[in-house]
Design a protein around this ligand. Sequence first.
Ligand SMILES: [Zn+2]
Length: 402
Amino acid sequence: VVTAARAGRTQEEVRRHNLSTILREVHERGARSRAQLTEATGLNRSTIGVLASELAAAGLVREVAPVAKGGAGRPSFVVRPAKDVYVVAVDVGVDVLSAARVGLDGAVRAQSRMLQRRSNPSVTTVVKRLGRLVDEVVADAPAGATCVGVGASVCGTVRISDGMVRLSPNLGWVDVPLGRALSDRLGLQVPYALGNDADLGALAEMTRGTARGCQDVVYLSGEVGLGGGIVTSGRPLGGSGGYAGEVGHVIVNAKGRRCRCGARGCWETEVGEDALLAHVESDRERGRGAAEAVIRAAAEGDRQARKVVDRVGWWLGVGIGNLVNIFNPEVVVLGGLLHDLYPIAQHRVQEGVAAVTLQAPGEVVRLSVSELASGAPLMGAAELAFEPLIADPLGALEHQAS
Ligand SMILES: [Zn+2]
């Protein structure tokens, strides 16, 4: 919250900024009384009243008179996010496609998913499948409900400006125009936004998961390889092209295996799905299910599986230690396959971290499994889709109406 005089802004800019602050507060934290909003924003109560009425008139919040408790003083109106404002979120994973209708309060109103085989599907096939999933989740949206955006998460590097997937080794995609194909298929006249699955996992965990309230976060997603979403001082680390955070290709083991990227000893060759399956007989099924089976077997005391999981745990810790030294995060969030692995290998992971981490950054970091688990990228896609509305509530609605 800023005053016009201090920041040299016009009254109109300040008003829009404050509307955004209030909408973000109720979007992220749910129903808030005017008194709570006053405390959270530093704005006075009558200003909150005026701004909340404006958001209510725009259909973005509802103001509800609280139930009287018989105490002294005026009752404080409660401001709730509107129930019928939603976004469509989709997640393009290697093994699973999913779609959800997510309300402005962050609640998933409808969700649909389908498994797909690892067969390098064409973008046409993927978008056709996503289209069907989206049709399902919007079908039972209440009459008069408003869709304000579409967000998509994809396991690959994405050019943010136009939703071009530059590279997704696991889908076999190079320069695939997913954003355009998706908007052509869905036909919704709303903003579309695409992001990398690990970046969006980080966003979701910061908004509604274990990294809530944190400003410096490393999110790691174990899928086939290893993806990373890094946030420093509250800002996602994008790099000049938006491709930063490819932590899976940090070299950790010079004597390690050859990676799909061509280098030797990349972190993901030591902790990815193939590392969990490296010692499994070749005739057994590979893929996500097989990797999960190794983790389960280790938990149940299978010695061979235990050895593999311990080894992966150690290398996971070594890589995390390097990231802790560079980024000094408050929390490292473990998502995807690592969400299941960490509780089983916690001891070895911590040994690896301790072997590498410098004392000062090591003292402050917390390791945590993802609270949203496999749903983190999808929920992050929803947050991404809400962002234009929340950044400028009235501007976004005017833009959509025109
Ligand atoms: Zn590599």
